[in-house]
Ligand binder design. Sequence first.
Ligand code: ZN
Length: 238
Amino acid sequence: MSQAIMGRGVSVTFYGHAAFKLSGAGVTVLIDPWLSNPLLNTPVEKVGKVDLILVTHGHSDHVGDTVAVAKKTGAPVVAIHELSVILAQQGVAQVIGMNKGGTLTAAGLKITMTHAVHSSTVEEGGRLIAAGDPAGFVVEFENGFVAYHAGDTAVFKDMELIHELYHPELAMLPIGSHYVMSPAEAALACRLLKPRWVIPMHYGTFPVLTGTTEELKKLLKDEPGITVLPLKPGETVE
Ligand code: ZN
């Protein structure tokens, strides 16, 4: 099912939890592809052509099926330097390590790594390995459409800088609480980021992720310029 709402030449598919596919002008980017999450469980083959994979941090609900998707599609994986090294060791053929504040061009997209307030480790053989800092991504398409995937984060005042520097029209923000922002913090994040559209994520996957899209909508009632787009897992908006 696909709803035409944004009208900016880019389609956004929500695979559940924090996993998204963004496609525009023939270029497809996957973000935090935990495709086998309990909300949807999408087989890797179903995702189709992928040109680039972005991973915000090392936790298994974000790295998810990255290695399998990279192997299947041949797409390079962009992550913070330390996590990119770990993913290369896990069998990703092409990794692109970067760090916060930097921008790179890959598959015709401008990718900027942003700050995120969270933690980041990878579990290997029952041990936790430090995976560098957690991050978010700003993705700019050739037609100028800019999307921001916050990764897992608390709200932070420098989200104002993300607005000032990149003007994301679409923000994908966690709202589940417990490990990430709840709707209250996400509403403030929206006021700092000033996007036209917000897609809530990272809620409802587990019982502790209690935040709801209705709460966020209610808290943003006085912001007519910001539209909350609650996507069901598997849904696409254009
Ligand atoms: Zn996390």
